[in-house]
Design a protein around this ligand. Structure first.
Ligand code: NAP
Ligand code: MN
Length: 265
């Protein structure tokens, strides 16, 4: 059979998880999925764990546009994990009745000094790596917008709006809106320094440029979702909404707003 779906299971191998993974493998075989041992061979990449594990699976497999990502939680349901290992019957029912649908999530394209390029599903964060503040000149398209001084800034996607962005009092954004949101981490506001002070939601065709002011503290930590990039020196970070999206498989009765309500209300 050549049309068998090839599935890669991504998880942290632990004693507790092992028997449940075995059951999942059995279920896969029953439905004639082929379990593969590398990301590159897969049509479906299933992460087993929390939202963090899902983010890692996407990053490690290189944000593949030609495959389907599925999040299976080992505990409570998360934002990216629609299925749960403790309810394999529901996964089975979903496969039998087709109560699943494919969703596309927007991502961000980030470029550092025009040399390093990466994508994000949740957010790109830029933070001072020492106790001193650092300063950023913010440009929207080519217009100088503000000069920020503080701990850092976060640019998030709509699906990332419920993560770090929410802790920074950013708005929750419907993933049908293909935009990006800029939030501040502890900005200094005085007669000397002034920033907008509120989250800023931008259209998907804007170009955001964050120029790190080279005043000694110019070695920020740059985060792509849950990974810190090893960049020693940085002048300029450019962020835009990517034309690449990731495809995920999710349950029909589990929309973004179901998840927001379940988690926060
Ligand atoms: P973590 O420190 O374990 O995650 C923090 C929490 O965020 C976890 O409960 C995680 O869920 C949850 N989460 C991840 N993506 C989410 C989303 N899109 N919507 C709602 N909740 C989400 O680290 P991690 O699990 O590797 O996740 C990385 C993310 O943590 C980053 O992308 C960033 O958004 C977030 N973060 C938040 C803060 C903050 O709020 N102050 C600071 C740093 C990073 P699971 O438990 O299911 O993994
Ligand atoms: Mn986590």
């Amino acid at each position: 059979m050549t049309d068998r779906k090839k599935v890669y299971l991504y998880y942290n191998d632990t004693k507790e998880l092992a028997p449940k993974i075995d059951d999942l493998r059995k279920l896969g075989r029953k439905y004639e999925f082929e379990l593969v041992t590398s990301f590159a061979d897969a049509d479906i990449i299933a992460s087993i764990g929390g939202d963090g594990t899902f983010l890692q699976a996407i990053r490690k497999s290189g944000f593949r546009e030609d495959c389907l990502y599925v999040g299976i939680n080992a505990g409570r349901l998360g934002f990216y994990t629609d299925f749960t290992l403790d309810d394999l019957e529901r996964i089975e029912l979903a496969m039998q009745t087709g109560i699943v649908e494919v969703h596309r999530y927007p991502t961000l394209d980030v470029s550092v000094d025009g040399i390093q390029h990466f994508q994000c599903v949740n957010e790109c964060s830029i933070r001072s790596n020492i106790i001193k503040t650092f300063a950023i000149d913010v440009f929207i398209d080519d217009m100088h917008f503000e000069t920020f001084r503080g701990d850092g800034m976060v640019v998030s996607t709509p699906t990332g709006s419920t993560a770090y962005n929410k802790s920074l009092r950013g708005a929750i954004v419907d993933p049908r809106i293909k935009g990006m949101q800029l939030t501040e981490i502890a900005s200094l506001n005085s007669n000397e320094y002034r920033t907008l002070g509120s989250p800023l939601l931008m259209s998907g065709d804007r170009n955001l440029t964050l120029k790190i002011i080279q005043d000694g503290n110019d070695h920020p930590i740059i985060g792509a979702d849950n990974e810190a990039l090893s960049i020693r020196h940085c002048h300029e970070v450019q962020v835009k909404v990517s034309d690449k999206e990731i495809k995920t498989l999710k349950l029909k009765d589990n929309s973004f707003f179901h998840k927001v309500k379940r988690s926060f209300l």
